[in-house]
Design a protein around this ligand. Structure first.
Ligand code: URA
Ligand code: CA
Length: 447
């Protein structure tokens, strides 16, 4: 087999055999196939697409390029979740304790962030002493004991995806539905879950800007998961407005705690309940969706999920007192309010601009080796659809630099808000669910 012939085959609209896909992926990981051929290969996929079968074979080849986690030592159906990125998306910190408190074993591997803000692992490190490097038996034992463990990616997980993703990033081939679907699903499958709940974001700043595209990406991932023997469903949720009010590591942890304390209501809570309920359903512990939703809602309202977060923090070496009193989490030296220059209704909040501000304040990584500042970020005081007056506080920057040294960021923050004269209808938060049976629109209920 020759790489050049396989590239030509896809360029001309052909379909690869399983062996041809494995030949490219295995060869690329071993450095037998150079970047320039792999780049041409990815570009051919970008223009020609892949069938479900091809995408599933690509996913499995990438999953099998490194270690495969075996969670069979943990009893029960292990359900994982994944959100396709979102600024200020703190759902894992809420969903993991919610699902665990409803009896779903949550054995989660999470990543660190690049750009925007940190990943779940960075956020958890806002708890002083929190350890994310449990070994396999500690990981399994903790899930058995308290129902949940969240660890950093250990070992050599999906090296093919790491290498291919870095290449796609610099060859304008990220935005391909089969490549995104295979990339995400290879990591989920390698992480060992039996069932997977996906949250596919649609809107400005999301990978998929239209509902049609989001449905296609969701369907591609649902197909792969089910073909690979992992029951998979996908929620499509709106990203045209920030999900939560916090962007920044400790700020997001504080917001997650407010949701679990039943203080914060709104989209972040609603999406978290929807995902956790679906996880509860897939775990097989509940006979129907209503019972699953009741269980996770009860876990939230009774404080059981908050107690589970407390146990998680304690079990992994952190300080549970920071859960009880989130003021003890890292705090920035300066709080700089950003105010509205006119009265009206918030038409749009650019999640990507605010993500950029948070990153420039130090909340995210410019490259793999940057050190992040856990305390800093942006705290929104309003959301899309709200009425504001001239001088109303739109958000507060939590900064460790004084305002006179970050003038450019104050300007960039202002640009993130579009204020209109007329009131507007806010788009629905939950668009619907994609399963193997297709798309069903979310009605008024969460499920
Ligand atoms: N996230 C991933 O992990 N991979 C992609 O290709 C896109 C988003
Ligand atoms: Ca403070």
């Amino acid at each position: 087999m020759r790489a050049v012939d396989l590239i030509a085959k896809k360029r001309d609209g052909g379909e690869w055999t399983d062996a041809e896909i494995r030949f490219m992926i295995n060869g690329y990981v071993k450095d037998d196939i150079p970047d320039y051929q792999m780049a041409a290969w990815a570009m051919a996929v970008y223009f020609r697409g892949m069938t479900s079968r091809e995408t599933t074979v690509l996913t499995m080849a990438m999953a099998e390029s490194g270690d495969l986690c075996d969670l069979s030592a943990i009893a029960g159906i292990k359900v994982d979740k994944h959100s396709t990125g979102g600024v200020g998306d703190t759902t894992t910190l809420i969903v993991a304790p919610l699902a665990a408190a409803a009896g779903v074993p949550v054995a989660k591997m999470s990543g660190r962030g690049l750009g925007h803000t940190g990943g779940t692992i960075d956020k958890l490190e806002s708890f002083r002493g929190f350890r994310t490097d449990l070994n396999t038996s500690q990981f399994a034992q903790q899930v058995e004991r308290i129902g949940v463990a969240i660890v950093g990616q250990t070992g050599n997980l999906t090296p093919a995806d790491k290498k291919l993703y870095a290449l796609r990033d610099v060859t304008a081939t990220v935005h391909s539905i089969p490549l995104i679907a295979a990339s995400i699903m290879s990591k989920k499958i390698a992480a060992g879950a039996d069932a997977i709940v996906l949250d596919v974001k649609v809107g400005e700043g999301a990978f998929m800007e239209s509902l049609e595209q989001a449905k296609q990406l969701a369907a591609a991932m649902v197909d792969i998961g089910n073909l690979a023997g992992r029951e998979t469903v996908a929620l499509i949720s709106d990203m045209n407005r920030p999900l939560g009010h916090a962007i920044g590591n400790a700020l997001e942890v504080r917001e997650a705690i407010r949701v679990l304390k039943n203080i914060a209501h709104g989209p972040l809570r609603d999406v978290s309940l929807a995902i956790a309920a679906k996880m509860a359903l897939l775990s097989g512990r509940y006979a129907n969706e209503t019972l699953a939703l009741d269980a996770v809602t009860h876990a939230l309202e009774s404080g059981a999920a908050l107690q589970t977060l407390r146990k998680l923090v304690e079990a992994q070496g952190g300080e549970p007192a920071q859960v009880d009193d989130p003021e003890r989490l890292p705090q920035a030296s300066f709080e700089i309010p950003i105010t509205a220059h006119c009265a009206g209704y918030i038409r749009h909040i650019s999640a990507s601009k605010l993500g950029q501000v948070a990153m420039l304040l130090g909340a995210g990584r410019a490259d793999k080796n940057s050190v992040i500042d856990l305390a800093v970020g942006v705290q929104l005081q309003t959301n899309v659809g709200n009425r504001v007056h001239s001088g109303s506080v739109l958000c507060v920057l939590h900064s460790n630099k004084p305002s006179h040294s970050i003038e450019h960021l104050l300007e960039l923050t202002k640009q993130a808000f579009t204020i209109a004269e007329q009131p507007l209808t806010v788009p629905p938060l939950l668009h619907g669910w994609v399963t193997t049976a297709g798309f069903s629109s979310a009605s008024s209920s969460l499920l």
